[in-house]
Design a protein around this ligand. Structure first.
Ligand code: THG
Length: 800
């Protein structure tokens, strides 16, 4: 097997890794082109300082870094000196404990060190400045250019062609498919093109009509002259690579000198078109002239943390360009418009070999089994997130925040506001505290609900969980179960699927039996071909050939579009519509007088169209919070009228507005999973406790064949834990001293009066009554496996 003809654009760490991984899988009709020389092409890989710190809040990024470190060791392109992050303030010390939790959760060996132990690892540190450290023994220094060379050499042996000094001028497209890469040396025919052009990515992608949300930014890297404490060092590096995040700094040794990287300076973005051609750049295109003024604070901080550097000088430096995205994650996948045009962009050396492997699996097998790529897919963005202003502003902000301590609920500050639901003016009047979701302003709680606190005893969580929190969250959650509440569901992605082929299409692409009567609503899944969960959706049949899907994000739209036959039409109706959830035991008292729809006759998981007052609506009887009620949809223009109609009729029933904080607590009490957090591409329905949503006997559907096997081999389970302390998610779970899993979602359950944490655990430890611990900062929080759902297992609330 030689596979299709592939052209890889860019011979940096990503292109080289991909060429190696593809050819190892038998795809050998591969050509790698680069405008520069090989292996030092002049792109970011050629100047990269090479520090590989593996710990990351993203499990996938940690795993891709781990693979990169292992592979580079094998390629003799890695100095495994370890990685050390030090804290100089109490907040950072707590943050290192949290990061230690991530490492343990994702299965990476890591140790928290005392100040003395930090100095023992890195003798240049001033012990008086350091409060503690996080040490990862397998971190180290990647030799990026050497790794490029080694991977290209292996690829060449398998028949891959490498063409340096070939500038890509255009991508030739025919009938929506790539057919060739046009270079200054002629055309290279190709069935598959993968853009691994790094900082030039936006320019190359545009040749295929694709907007890549990537911003090249300049980053300062300086080199000292000889440092006395390193005198006589004959090895390139012996001490661990070092991070001093409180001052936005990192360090690596090079014999008796130090390299110092700095993220504290002003962001210095540039566009891909402004980058100099290979032969015009003084050093190389990705290296700009060092601006010493921007480095002044860095040098001062360095001399304080590493006193020996007071006897050294800065001898040289660069402002090196590399790629930033709007959310810190890479851009991987196929163009939504041009078949065969793929990208693997915004990848740092740290993750490069992992990304190469992921792309190779994806291309050869049709899916990636080794890494969950949902966070990395280039099609994850909402349309507004591709605006050049947004891309640049977010890229710059992410540069500034690289080493900041970011709370999981912390919303971006700029640009905001972007998307406003029609209910927004009323929410603001109610004192909504807004966070952000896919660009939407979304209330977390409402200050106007403070009076609900009277007579309630809402427990205050620890300081970390108490950020972006108010006791009002608890009051809203309880009041929802007592009376009735309005929840703004406008941020829920809504897709209309219509046309003569729609029923058959949805039967094929979902796990559910959706070919039921008009008015039916079905909860089901989208699966990848390997049986992994791509999303969970609600499918409402609004007409014989018309369905409305409640989905999780743009990837769902992308997935459906890719499989759509010609007689099916898909429309994203999110922005043109809105949705309010009206939920609680008094929901029917509130809504029935406003509508001609017989709400008692409208059964659970059924929908109907009609009116609420003057407002044309679609009502679906279901509830993510586990209470009686409906999601009520209308067009955006009528949204405010809908809210006002419900609000004024609700006064006598004690209606309140509920925020996302209450919503999350209520959904966890009910045991409802959230895609992207509780389950991802790597999990199958049986492990995730969603086997009930799979109708294996309905006929063939995407992922079915793979599921038949996976069904028989469930080894891990998404499990409900009860705790006394509220945790936040991504914490490790311990059985005694052994790390056995990790937390996905967590919240306090204000009805059940306990902390709730969902976690992935080995099936053998997932039985109710099993006692475990959750690692939370410096605590071991006792956790008990519980029967789920915790609230209303008999479904009396929902069906009542
Ligand atoms: N509303 C709508 N669509 C959605 C969501 C939503 N799509 C995305 C996401 N949220 C899907 N998640 C869920 C999770 C659980 C349920 C609904 C959507 C749910 N489950 C019932 C249960 O498990 O008891 C369904 C049981 C059944 O199949 O009958 O209600 O919030 N529109």
């Amino acid at each position: 097997m030689t596979g299709p003809s592939v052209v890889i654009i860019g011979a940096g760490v990503v292109g080289a890794a991909l060429a190696d991984e593809l050819s190892a899988r038998g795809w050998t009709d591969v050509t790698v082109v680069d405008q520069g020389d090989v292996p030092a092409t002049g792109g970011s890989s050629s100047h990269a300082p090479g520090l590989v710190f593996q710990v990351n809040g993203s499990k996938t990024m940690t795993e891709m870094a781990r693979y990169t470190a292992q592979k580079f060791v094998e390629l003799d392109s890695f100095l495994q000196v370890g990685g050390l992050e030090v804290a100089t303030g109490p907040e950072r010390l707590a943050e290192l404990r949290r990061r230690h939790g991530w490492a343990v959760a994702w299965g990476l060996e890591a140790h928290l060190l005392t100040p003395q132990e930090c100095v023992a690892k890195h003798s240049l540190l001033d012990e008086a400045k350091v409060l503690g450290g996080l040490y990862v023994p397998t971190d180290g220094l990647a030799k990026a250019v050497k790794a490029v060379d080694a991977q290209l050499a292996r690829a060449r042996e398998r028949g891959v062609r490498v063409l340096p000094r070939h500038e890509v001028l255009d991508i030739r497209i025919q009938d929506g498919k790539v057919c060739a890469v046009v270079t200054d040396h002629g055309d290279l025919p190709a069935q598959v093109v993968v853009c691994c052009a790094g900082i030039w990515g936006p320019k190359v992608a545009r040749m295929a009509g694709m907007e890549l949300p990537l911003t090249p930014l300049a980053h300062q890297l300086a080199w000292t002259g000889p440092v006395p404490g390193l005198a006589g060092q004959t090895e390139e590096a012996t001490r661990p690579i070092l991070r001093h995040q409180d001052a936005d700094l990192y360090y690596r040794e090079r014999f008796d000198t130090l390299g110092i990287g700095y993220y504290g300076h002003r962001p210095m973005p540039i566009t891909a078109d402004e980058i100099l051609p290979v032969d015009e750049a003084e050093v190389m295109p990705s290296v700009l002239t060092f601006t010493p003024d921007d480095f002044a604070d860095a040098w001062e901080e360095t001399r304080a943390l590493l006193p020996d550097t007071q006897k050294a000088e800065i001898e040289s430096g660069i402002n090196g360009l590399f790629s930033f995205t709007t959310d810190h994650l890479p851009l991987m996948g196929q163009s939504p418009d041009v078949e065969g045009f793929w990208v693997a962009e915004a990848v740092w050396v740290t993750h490069s070999a992992g990304v190469g492997r992921a792309m190779a699996e994806w291309l050869v097998d049709g899916h990636c089994s080794t890494f969950d790529l949902h966070e990395c897919d280039v099609n994850r963005f909402e349309p507004h997130q591709l605006a050049p202003d947004y891309v640049r502003e977010r890229g710059c902000q992410n540069y500034v925040e690289v080493y900041d301590i970011i709370h999981p609920l912390q919303p971006m500050e700029h640009p905001r506001p972007l998307r406003l639901s029609p209910f927004h003016p009323r929410q603001r009047d109610l004192g909504a505290v807004f966070l952000e979701a896919s660009g939407w302003e979304r209330p977390q709680w409402y200050d106007a609900n403070a009076p609900l606190l009277d007579g309630r005893d809402i427990p205050t969580p620890g300081p970390w969980a108490a950020r972006y929190w108010s006791p009002i969250v608890g009051a809203e959650a309880q009041a929802t179960r007592e009376a009735v509440a309005l929840y703004d569901m406008s941020a829920l992605k809504r897709l209309e699927v219509s046309g003569p082929g729609a029923p058959a299409f949805l039967q094929r692409i979902t796990t559910g039996d959706v070919d039921k009567s008009v008015g039916s609503v079905t909860y089901c899944l989208l699966l990848d071909t390997d049986g992994g969960i791509r999303s969970d959706v609600t499918v409402a049949r609004l007409g014989p050939d018309r369905f409305q899907l409640g989905a999780n994000g743009n990837l769902d739209l992308d997935w459906l579009e890719r499989h759509r036959p010609a007689d099916v039409f898909i429309r994203d109706i999110t922005a043109g519509t809105c949705c309010v959830g009206v939920w609680g035991p008094r929901a029917r008292d509130l809504v029935q007088p406003l509508t001609g729809i017989d709400l008692t006759a409208l059964k659970y998981f059924r929908g109907a169209r009609g009116f609420v007052g003057n407002v044309p609506v679609t009502m679906l009887r279901l509830s993510y919070v586990g209470e009686l009620g409906w999601e009520i949809y209308t067009t955006a223009d009528m949204g405010l009228k809908l809210w006002d109609t419900l609000w004024s009729a609700g006064r006598e029933h004690g209606v309140l507005a509920g925020g996302r904080g209450a919503f999350t607590s209520l959904r966890l009490e009910k045991g409802y999973r959230s895609f992207g957090t509780d389950m991802t591409f790597e999990h199958d329905p049986y492990e995730a406790g969603l086997g009930f949503a799979v109708k294996l006997d309905k006929g063939d559907f995407v992922g079915r064949r793979a599921l038949l096997e996976r069904k028989e081999s469930v080894r891990r389970k998404l499990t409900c834990l009860l705790t006394d302390e509220v945790v936040m998610g991504k914490e490790p779970v311990y059985d005694g001293e052994r790390a056995v899993g990790y937390v996905t979602s967590a919240a306090y359950g204000y009805t059940v009066g306990r902390g709730i944490a969902y976690a992935w655990l080995p099936a053998s430890l997932a039985s109710p009554g099993q006692a475990l611990h959750i690692g939370y900062f410096d605590q071991r929080v006792p956790a008990l496996v519980a029967e789920e759902p915790l609230f209303d297992p008999a479904m009396t609330r929902l069906r009542g």
